[in-house]
Design a protein around this ligand. Structure first.
Ligand SMILES: Cc1cc2nc3c(=O)[nH]c(=O)nc-3n(C[C@H](O)[C@H](O)[C@H](O)COP(=O)(O)O)c2cc1C
Length: 187
């Protein structure tokens, strides 16, 4: 099972979340690696069973590098090449859950939904959810007032547990397909 995390991170905070998620995914048996949104292309997602998008929050939404990456995938959308892959997201913003962070998460999920991917949200039983989680995906507050800059080691627990969960869900989905569940029609 292969999982790729596409990362748009200027100063490294979101990248640290992505690294934690990759580590969690590996614990669940995935081959997981990161690729920068600036250079990510068709091959990176075509060879993956699961795709996670990790973006810094910029100007109230996802970073432009992530938006550009998602638009570069539009030929694959025309061909339905990503239908049935698993998708998930995470974000890091200086205003926490304000400042457009939720919108960044939702709009990244929307691009994955456009491709017919199976979206895995973050459920509230996952470790770290109450500190750096959101039902859309892990969400780190980079500059909490009076607190240490994020992501702290505690913040990274949410990304780690979500990465593990996404890999577990992907493994179940792939096992179901091998057992005759199959891809949906057209997938
Ligand atoms: C151009 C730019 C725009 C930003 N806009 C927002 C914003 O709208 N909301 C927010 O919460 N943080 C915003 N930030 C702060 C970043 O989201 C924050 O510094 C984050 O930790 C950066 O993650 P990175 O280290 O992965 O690049 C912005 C940062 C930059 C450079």
């Amino acid at each position: 099972m292969k999982l790729v995390i596409v990362v748009a991170s200027s100063t490294g905070r979101t990248r640290r979340m992505a690294e934690a998620a990759a580590e969690g995914a590996r614990e669940a048996g995935a081959e997981a690696h990161l690729v920068e949104a600036d250079v990510a292309g068709d091959a990176d997602v075509l060879e993956a069973d699961a795709v996670m998008l990790a973006s810094a929050v910029h100007m109230g939404g996802m970073a432009s590098a992530m938006r550009a990456f998602s638009e570069r995938l539009s030929p694959l959308w025309l061909q339905g090449r990503l239908v049935g892959k698993v998708g998930a997201v995470m974000a890091c913003g200086s205003a926490g859950s304000r400042g457009g962070a939720e919108l960044a998460l939702i709009s990244m999920l929307s691009t994955l939904a456009e491709h017919g991917m199976l979206l895995v949200p973050m459920h509230n039983r996952l470790e770290g959810y109450s500190r750096a989680g959101c039902h859309w995906g892990p969400l780190v507050h980079a500059n909490p007032p009076g607190g240490p800059a994020g992501p702290t080691e505690e913040d990274l627990v949410a990304a780690h547990s979500h990465g593990r969960w996404v890999a577990e869900c992907t493994a179940r989905w792939l096992a179901g397909r091998r057992g005759g569940g199959g891809r949906p029609a057209g997938g």
